[in-house]
Ligand binder design. Structure first.
Ligand SMILES: Nc1ncnc2c1ncn2[C@@H]1O[C@H](COP(=O)(O)OP(=O)(O)OP(=O)(O)O)[C@@H](O)[C@H]1O
Ligand SMILES: [Mg+2]
Length: 408
């Protein structure tokens, strides 16, 4: 039987639906659809109608091109309401040897932190275990000891925001089967396992938000969402050049630069006139002067988050930039200067998601590609999505506390 998975990236600038067939080592893209969307601000739904319409169109197109109909989707969530926190727990090992049940119990114990009732647990991601004094254990099952300790990373979302997203999907005719923190999906698409092992930060600079996920030793060490992105750059250009936002967006994409380090002294660009005035030529360096400080601000905020991850000095694989704004010329150069680390641009891995047309192998499609890979990985038991059991456990706890609240 074919194992078909659908995913939705509901972003601030566009909605993308990807449909793929899950395989063992790689998955095959069957169809996709992308629609501009105006229903979100800074990563969260602010207009249900507009969002539903964009989701419906993107899904319709994806289903048409894939030649299949789908009922459920893996949906991505981001937005500044997302919180990531590290936690740890300890349990006594009953039989002298750690079994699967002990592993579950210790993750459960680590999860027993006070999570406000208006928040939903999205992911419970084990980092490492310790058995007695032996630290840095990846999988403790089968080890001898009396004390088992777990370190985990928990990602939570504000219930109301994720509910609005779920509502939009349902109204558009698709039931979310899983809600996935977007950069975790992006990591599936754009990072290599070796990078996650050595230490790496994935930074997704979209239209409304900049999402960060930090890996070290193969585990998630830190997550964050900053309410800043490409829309700020567009607005800066519009204000700086006194042109309408739609023109500013075009100028930014065609001629924008993150730093004047990459601009020639005499580079000139054409700027459309406003209100019937003729178009004019300006020095490209002016664009650099307008956009540079904003990009520096974004990267300074990212660096602050990296410092919070406590592994900032151990990111041997540096930083991987994804999201549409990673296409801005000079972004990599500026990031390298600020982070003082190697920086590369990330793309959806076409070996692990086969059948992607050229048009999709761009940094703004890593989330959608990652979400469908994540869903397919959950289905086949491979990849980052195989952490599903632990996650469902987390959700189950939520349901239980929901009941408790109703009864008491
Ligand atoms: N060539 C380019 N140069 C500069 N910026 C670009 C370029 N192409 C796209 N962008 C910008 O990328 C942003 C869109 O990126 P992306 O599709 O990753 O965002 P999104 O997923 O819709 O939003 P978010 O993830 O923030 O909710 C827009 O701000 C757009 O202007
Ligand atoms: Mg995005």
């Amino acid at each position: 039987m074919r194992n078909v998975v659908a995913a939705l990236d509901v972003g601030t600038s566009k909605v993308c639906a990807f449909i793929a067939e899950a395989g063992d080592d790689s998955h095959a893209l069957l169809g996709y659809g992308c629609e501009p969307c105006t229903g979100l601000r800074k990563g969260v739904v602010v207009n249900i109608e507009a969002t539903v319409e964009a989701i419906r169109k993107a899904l319709e197109e994806a289903q048409k091109s894939a030649g299949v109909r789908v009922g459920s989707v893996v949906v991505g969530v981001a937005g500044p309401h997302i919180r990531g926190l590290n936690s740890h727990g300890i349990v006594a090992v009953r039989g002298g040897e750690v079994n699967l049940r002990d592993r579950e119990r210790v993750i459960d114990a680590a999860q027993a932190v006070a999570i406000p009732v208006d928040r939903q647990v999205l992911h419970v991601l084990p980092q490492q275990f310790a058995v007695d004094d032996q630290e840095g254990v990846r999988d403790p099952v089968g080890m001898t000891g009396v004390r088992l300790e777990a370190r985990i990373h928990i990602v939570t979302a504000a219930q109301s925001y994720s509910q609005n997203l779920v509502k939009c999907c349902e109204r558009a005719g698709a039931t979310p089967s899983e809600i996935v923190f977007e950069p975790l999906a992006g990591a599936e698409a754009a990072l290599f396992a070796e990078e996650r092992e050595l230490g790496v930060a994935l930074v997704d600079i979209g239209a409304g938000t900049t999402d960060i996920i930090v890996f070290h030793g193969g585990a998630v060490m830190h997550t964050a969402v900053l309410p800043i992105g490409g829309n700020h750059l567009t607005n800066d250009v519009a204000a700086g050049l006194r042109t309408p936002v739609t023109d500013a967006e075009k100028i930014k994409k065609e001629h924008g630069v993150a730093t004047n380090l990459v601009v020639g002294r005499d580079d000139m660009v054409k700027v459309p006139g406003v209100g019937g005035r003729p178009q004019r030529m300006i020095q490209r360096r002016i664009l650099g002067e307008i956009m540079g400080p904003r990009m520096e601000e974004i990267f300074a905020l990212v660096q602050r988050e990296l410092a919070r991850s406590e592994v900032a000095d151990n990111l041997a694989s540096g930083v991987v930039l994804v999201g549409g704004s990673a296409l801005l010329e000079g972004t990599q150069e500026l990031a390298e200067r600020i982070f003082n680390m190697p920086v590369r641009r990330g793309l959806p891995n076409e070996k692990r998601l086969t059948g992607m047309p050229e048009d999709l192998i761009k940094p703004m499609y890593t989330t959608a590609a990652g979400l469908v890979m994540y869903g397919a990985g959950s289905a086949s038991g491979a990849g980052l999505g195989s952490l599903r059991n632990v996650r469902l456990l987390g959700r189950w706890r939520n349901v239980v506390s929901e009941w408790m609240r109703e009864f008491f």
